[in-house]
Design a protein around this ligand. Structure first.
Ligand SMILES: Nc1ncnc2c1ncn2[C@@H]1O[C@H](COP(=O)(O)OP(=O)(O)OP(=O)(O)O)[C@@H](O)[C@H]1O
Ligand SMILES: [Mg+2]
Length: 415
């Protein structure tokens, strides 16, 4: 199995994972590949990073969809059979749309949109961004003009947040609405928000006498406004939540080979499964490849270095350093191999695993994305067999055929 197969058989691809592991890069590369294959593709991201815009050949990410032109593709020698657009999610705008859709009247809509607490909450409350990413996905999914939709999820401190975001939003607005606020305004203090239950507006008005409470008025108005929207919200959240579990949505867990990230990927993957969501692929990104040790002896390498380097450079010292650097790289590569295999064993059959090596530079243009895409599309089993063979050759150099690794230095030297 390969990710190409996953892309072919799903309309929506969601990349998930902990911070900084390469979710955005993976999402963009997958979207680009889909476009190359002839799909009308949109890549949704919440990442305003200029780097991402640049890699797609755009000046900046915007909340309106932008097309990546054929000329930009052509400048990298690429000829897409389909099309690629990119769109940045705007949490507040998505929330505003949701309010507008669900408000019982124009007045009710305006009351909440102009409410100062709403304006704060819709931009800054923890969890809002995650929900709105799902909400936007839901809306875009209904648009028949896209064959493939790739969603890059937010870099949350807790990568699992968005999974139950729809349910959490409902809980938050439900009878517990006040607790939601208390969280938001913790430290603002002096009031017992617990008092603001059903007759919120009345209570707030009563309290306002003592607190000079324009603020409280706003709170009351917000709560009333949300109650007005609640039925619509609840239904919508249930639909969004169900949509995440539909068979045309594939989740790709992205992780780095770092032990902490691997641990999170395992937890995350279990959580996806537990929540009844698909877990179609795992991308282990930025893996160091195992460089075989040169088969030349120390003396040969030193002689070659002496011949190549200017006389003022101490060749022996340079070679020493080179060995140290190589050892470090190799140690890391072996550690990565072990971590990757640990993840593979833990998650087991039925999921496509793909490894993407750490490239020499950041991914900053379509060429870089194309390179990432090539690795992503490699046959996963083949890739695994090759990595396993390289490691076996490392452990038992004499038993492995066709591998030069370990032939030069180390215990076998001169054997
Ligand atoms: N395989 C790779 N080789 C080299 N650089 C990479 C690779 N994958 C990603 N990068 C670089 O690593 C950085 C982080 O990647 P990216 O922005 O995709 O991570 P992310 O998971 O989206 O982060 P965040 O959680 O902050 O949104 C970027 O500068 C990107 O170009
Ligand atoms: Mg990102």
């Amino acid at each position: 199995m390969s990710l190409a197969h996953v892309l072919e058989h799903h309309r929506v691809i969601v990349t998930v994972g902990s911070g900084g592991v390469g979710k955005t890069t993976t999402a963009a590369a997958l979207a680009m590949h889909a476009a190359m294959q002839g799909r009308r593709t949109v890549c949704l991201t919440i990442d305003p990073a200029r780097r991402l815009a640049n890699s797609l050949g755009l000046d900046a990410m915007t909340t309106d969809e932008q097309d990546v032109s054929k000329e930009i593709f052509a400048s990298f020698g690429l000829e897409p059979k389909g099309s690629l657009s990119a769109m940045m999610l705007d949490t507040k705008r998505t929330f505003d749309d949701l309010v507008a859709r669900n408000a019982s009247s124009d007045e009710a809509r305006d009351r909440i949109l102009h409410n100062r607490i709403y304006q704060y909450v819709s931009k800054s409350l923890a969890g809002t961004q995650e929900y709105m990413a799902m909400e936007k996905l839901y809306a875009v999914r209904k648009d028949p003009k896209w064959d493939t939709i790739v969603l890059d999820t937010p870099p949350t401190s807790n990568a699992l947040d968005f999974l139950d975001a729809p349910e959490r939003l409902v809980d938050a607005i439900d009878s517990q609405a006040m607790r939601w606020f208390i969280q938001a305004f913790e430290g603002a203090g002096r009031l017992s928000f617990g008092l603001l239950g059903k007759g919120a507006q009345l209570v707030a008005k009563a309290l306002a006498k003592f607190t000079g409470g324009e603020f409280l008025e706003q709170v009351a108005e917000f709560v009333t406004g949300l109650n007005d929207l609640f039925g619509g919200f609840k239904e919508r959240a249930a639909e969004v939540s169900a949509a995440l579990r539909s068979p045309d949505v594939a989740f790709i867990v992205v992780t780095s080979p770092d032990p902490m990230a691997i641990h999170e990927a395992v937890v995350f993957s279990d959580r996806l499964e537990g929540a009844g969501m698909r877990r179609d692929g795992v991308v282990i990104n930025a893996v160091r490849t195992l460089i075989a040790e040169p088969s030349a002896t120390d003396a040969e390498v030193e002689a070659a270095a002496r011949a190549a380097l200017p006389p003022e450079i101490d060749a022996k010292d340079a070679v020493e350093r080179m060995w140290r650097a190589l050892d470090h790289e190799r140690t890391q590569a072996i550690a990565h191999r072990i971590e990757a295999d640990r993840l593979r064993m833990r998650i087991g059959e039925g999921t496509t695993f793909v490894e993407v090596p750490a490239l020499e530079t950041d991914v900053h243009d379509l060429g870089g994305l194309a390179q990432i895409a090539r690795y992503l599309m490699t046959d996963a089993d083949l890739q695994h067999r090759e990595a396993a063979r390289a490691l076996a050759a490392e452990r038992e150099p004499n038993a492995a055929t066709g591998a030069a690794a370990g032939a030069g230095r180390g215990p076998q030297e001169g054997a």
